[in-house]
Design a protein around this ligand. Structure first.
Ligand SMILES: Cc1cc2nc3c(=O)[nH]c(=O)nc-3n(C[C@H](O)[C@H](O)[C@H](O)COP(=O)(O)O)c2cc1C
Length: 416
């Protein structure tokens, strides 16, 4: 995605300009060709040398070099760019862009380029909420600029409010999303479920599982990077949602099922990478169950406590029945996951058939390089036509890309 992408990063004279150093470094490490353009006031905060060291390329700022080369260069930069990201964007530069003012290298390039424009405003709270700044941002939004909203928090002035530049990871996510518009999932709606579920026993305890959500979040990121509108239905996990995805947080299997049903009608793809619990407590105690309570003393004196469980709905099986009946979701490409500890092949094939999946991704969660909590995965991909692919151990991001490749190919063959 970022490899060899030609990205212009504009730096304005805001206090958050030092944070853009990390962004440029990360882009360069990801293989992007990063040209940095600084405003005159940006150079009051960070020296161009810092950015050129990180980007491994020259930094541009002066439009009026005596040789006249810069005048030509700003057109060349504008034409080569696949994305112009202004990080941080000051109120002043935002105002210039909204009104077509081109009085420095950055604003001239912004006017000359056809590349998508991404702005990350960062400033004092009252500058950001000022009607002039808001009107300028709205004008730019209407013209197709992508605005990464500043975060609410403690600002350099000590004031609390909106105006903080989001973290580098968020900015990178936004850049990847904008670069991916028009990708091979453009116009598609993709539902991804991720993480484990928590089935309450009482207000304090629950039955859960070891799913970290990493595979599902990698899938959501990949689908977003390829232009999809992604709905991420996530159980409780310790991960931040990828930028730009529509997040629905759930705890129980029933909540997960209801969330899926509320999005299914318009969806093109459902990827069930969550690990929903098969069983839930038959009764949820309203108060914390005490060791010496009647409920806990079921077998008095034995030190045992039994919990009565009931079966949870099988979300994919239910959907298969709905799809057979021609209900909404019948054209859906359905991808299931199987986390197995034994007889992986047999269980995977049975699941694929019983749940009428298009793809079933199976992993052996007993391997140390695969399954829950790991950053890599070793999977087998089973296809509805009986084919099976044995994939090598790969980072979860690469496994996600391989799965999305197959989803894209199935969407191409789908008869609506
Ligand atoms: C110490 C200091 C910090 C500033 N921080 C910000 C800021 O975070 N955001 C902003 O919009 N302007 C900030 N300004 C004001 C801009 O530097 C000023 O509007 C300048 O003209 C912006 O120029 P540029 O948009 O060409 O970079 C700050 C000014 C100073 C002196």
């Amino acid at each position: 995605m970022l490899r060899n992408a030609h990205i212009l990063v504009g730096i304005c004279g805001g206090i958050a300009s030092y944070k853009a150093v990390e962004l440029v470094s990360q882009l360069q490490q990801a293989g992007a060709l990063v040209d940095v353009i600084m405003t005159e006031h940006a150079e009051d905060f960070v020296k161009p040398l810092t950015f050129s060291t990180m980007s491994h390329r020259p930094v541009y700022s002066d439009l009026w070099e005596a040789t006249g080369e810069a005048a030509e260069r700003h057109i060349a930069l504008a034409e080569a760019a696949e994305l112009l990201a202004i990080v941080p964007a000051t109120a002043n530069t935002i105002a210039k862009l909204a009104h077509g003012i081109a009085d420095n290298m950055l604003s001239a390039v912004a006017l000359a380029t056809q590349a998508p424009l991404l702005l990350a405003p960062a400033m004092y709270r009252d500058m950001y909420t000022h009607p002039a700044t808001q009107a300028n941002l709205n004008l730019l939004r209407e013209r197709g600029a992508y605005i990464v909203e500043p975060e609410v928090g403690r600002l350099a002035s000590g004031a609390i409010g909106p105006g903080r530049l989001p973290d580098t990871e968020v900015l990178l996510g936004a850049m990847r999303m904008v670069l991916g518009q028009g990708g091979d999932l453009a116009g598609r709606r993709v539902i991804v479920t991720a993480g484990g579920t928590q089935e309450p026993i009482d207000p304090v305890r629950y039955i859960g599982n070891r799913s970290s959500g990493k595979m599902g979040y990698a899938l959501a990121t990949e689908a977003r990077d390829r232009g999809a509108h992604v709905i991420l239905i996530s159980g409780p996990v310790a991960l931040s949602a990828p930028y730009g995805v529509e997040l629905r947080r759930v705890e129980t299997v029933i909540q997960m099922r209801d969330a899926i049903h509320s999005f299914i009608t318009d969806a093109d793809v459902l990827i069930m990478s969550a690990a929903p619990a098969d069983f839930r407590p038959a009764r949820v105690a309203a108060q914390k169950i005490k060791k010496d309570s009647g409920e806990a003393r079921e077998r008095e004196g034995s030190g045992e406590w039994s919990l009565k469980l009931v079966q949870n709905p099988d979300i994919l099986r239910e959907l298969a029945i709905l799809r057979e009946d021609g209900q909404p979701g019948r054209h859906l490409i359905c991808v299931g996951f199987a986390a197995e500890t034994h007889d992986l092949m047999q269980h995977a094939r049975e699941k694929l058939r019983a749940k009428q999946l298009d793809l079933l991704v199976a992993n052996d969660v007993t391997r140390s390089d695969s399954g829950f909590g790991t950053d890599t995965n070793k999977v087998l991909i089973f296809h509805a036509d009986g084919a099976m692919e044995d994939m090598p151990v790969m980072p979860k991001a690469d496994v996600a890309a391989a799965i999305i490749d197959r989803v894209v190919s199935l969407l191409g063959k789908r008869v609506n």
